[in-house]
Design a binder for this molecule. Structure first.
Ligand SMILES: [Zn+2]
Length: 509
């Protein structure tokens, strides 16, 4: 074995960002001819998390170690040499694939094979002539005859009627056999089905990387991917993120997925040290924006052991909601816009949380609207009771002040928001859109009889608002659902002005 193979263990390779094992195979003259190689060295870069522990100081038996480096799947790429691509030829597509794969190996185990096989086995000398014809339309003599495609160029240059790919991968498969890696499962990073077929035909277990990912992300394992994003241990290529986010958007997730997703959102919002790449971050925020918190579930508040019910029907939506609402509903769909401040108090004797809402109407659509400037009331009662009863009930005195003065209660926090409120647009349907400005978030709550809500959602989704697509699936409403969010305004005056303008625009002024 040692006359054909040489080994070099590298610590902290700057490209692979890890310790790697370089295996160099020297091809025979016969191999060179058979596989159209441009030189005799085939290089394999092996990356495994076990590398550090297996390659210790002192004597090392590499052939013995190598089969033990990989347990499960091996991410695999065969990179045919492309000297011009390496030196920046913009007509090359394999160089970016190479870089993508190496980036993938930053967080996965795998093998990268470099084989000196230029131009589908036709060699670099030929390739230059071919490209000169393809790109510049000039013959090897420099005569301009017009740009030819690859097949035409080959026909012109070597009278071949059909372009021939002279590459063969048996040599590489033999190397894998030599290294006792032929029983592993290969996830091949390639666009070429040919490569895969070649491997399976030769008895290797090989699947195409994109298919592997597509088949592999399911509603059951989506959380595994999310956990790795949450812990910044993995970065995934864009199509993986897209597949993952599709599952989220289609609401095919389980509770663990949802919880992990919410943890990621929290880290994005609260942890300045969180390492997440921009594409992943934007996609996940986008997917999150598209789903509603969904089915009712119980959760435990952070600051106490109280169990609380989460909203059954709450959705974070983007500003498009206003445009959509305008299309499906009367322009006066909202009858008022309020500035709201929620105060939270903890009842220290029974550990119950009391929430008091202070609402200030900023603009009002009709004289008979139920709320007045500076009114204070108890939220829970507002939701569960008849509107008019509450007004009588809650206009007396300041509950916030009372709560502050009551020693049984411990003041916890407050939150501010702008709320658009509609209570009369459809029979029994209340629509609340809450703007949480410093996060650029809108929260939407809809309350009402099931049938009415269904109609409303149907209308909304017909408008194909991305943000609302996911409304459809999980509607389980009771009259007494409401939502709470814990956010503050950064620049309140500015936000109020902005919202007033929105509101006026909606009313058509
Ligand atoms: Zn290339």
């Amino acid at each position: 074995m040692n006359d054909k193979y040489s080994f070099y263990y590298q610590e902290n390779n700057t490209l692979f960002k890890d310790n790697i094992l370089v295996v160099c195979y020297t091809a025979s003259a016969q191999d060179i001819k058979k596989y159209s190689l441009t030189s005799n060295n085939i290089v394999l870069f092996l990356k495994s998390s076990k590398m550090k522990e297996m390659v210790k100081d002192g004597t090392v038996n590499y052939p013995k170690i190598i089969p033990k480096l990989f347990n499960k799947e091996i991410l695999f790429r065969i990179q045919s040499e492309c000297l011009l691509g390496m030196y920046g030829d913009s007509h090359c597509d394999c160089e970016t694939q190479k870089q993508e794969f190496i980036k993938l190996l930053e967080s996965n185990e795998g093998i990268f094979v470099h084989i000196p096989q230029e131009a589908q086995g036709w060699g670099l000398f030929y390739k230059c002539k071919e490209l000169e014809l393809q790109v510049n339309g000039r013959t090897p003599e420099g005569k301009f005859i017009g740009k030819l495609n690859r097949d035409e160029a080959q026909k012109y240059l070597i009278k071949n009627n059909k372009f021939e790919d002279k590459r063969g991968y048996e040599l590489i498969l033999n190397i894998l056999r030599d290294l006792k890696l032929d029983k592993k499962k290969y996830i091949v990073y390639t666009e070429s089905a040919n490569k895969i077929n070649n491997m399976t035909k030769n008895g290797f277990h090989a699947v195409k990387y994109s298919e592997f990912i597509k088949d592999n992300i399911t509603s059951e394992n989506a959380s595994e991917y999310l956990v790795k994003i949450l812990n910044s241990t993995h970065t995934y290529p864009e199509f993986v993120i897209n597949n993952l986010c599709d599952i989220i958007k289609e609401r095919k997730y389980n509770e663990r997925t949802l919880n992990t997703l919410i943890d990621i959102i929290n880290r994005i919002n609260n942890d300045p040290k969180y390492q997440i790449d921009e594409y992943t971050k934007e996609s996940i925020l986008d997917a999150y924006n598209e789903i509603i918190c969904g089915e009712e579930r119980n959760y435990v508040l952070k600051y106490s052991s109280i169990k609380k019910k989460q909203n059954k029907f709450t959705c974070e939506v983007n500003p498009l909601i206003f445009k959509q609402l305008k299309l499906i509903a009367n322009k006066n769909v909202f009858d008022r816009i309020c500035y709201e401040k929620m105060f939270y108090f903890l009842n220290t004797s029974n550990m119950d949380i009391k929430k008091i809402r202070k609402s200030k109407v900023l603009d009002i659509n009709d004289e008979n609207s139920a709320f007045f400037v500076g009114q204070e009331y108890n939220v829970e009662r507002l939701i569960s009771s008849e509107k008019k009863t509450i007004i009588e009930d809650t206009t007396s005195g300041s509950k916030v002040k009372t709560m502050f003065e009551n020693s049984d209660y411990e003041y916890i926090k407050y939150q501010e928001m702008i709320t658009f409120i509609s209570e009369d647009e459809m029979p029994g349907v209340n629509i609340y859109i809450k703007r949480i400005p410093n996060r650029q978030n809108y929260v939407m709550d809809v309350y009402g009889p099931k049938e009415q809500i269904h109609k409303f959602i149907e209308k909304l989704t017909k408008q194909k608002t991305l943000a609302l697509l996911s409304f459809v699936n999980n509607i389980k409403l009771e009259d007494d659902n409401y939502s709470e969010y814990n956010l503050c305004f950064s620049d309140l005056d500015l936000v109020i002005q902005e919202e007033l303008n929105n509101f006026k625009e909606m009313k058509g002024n």
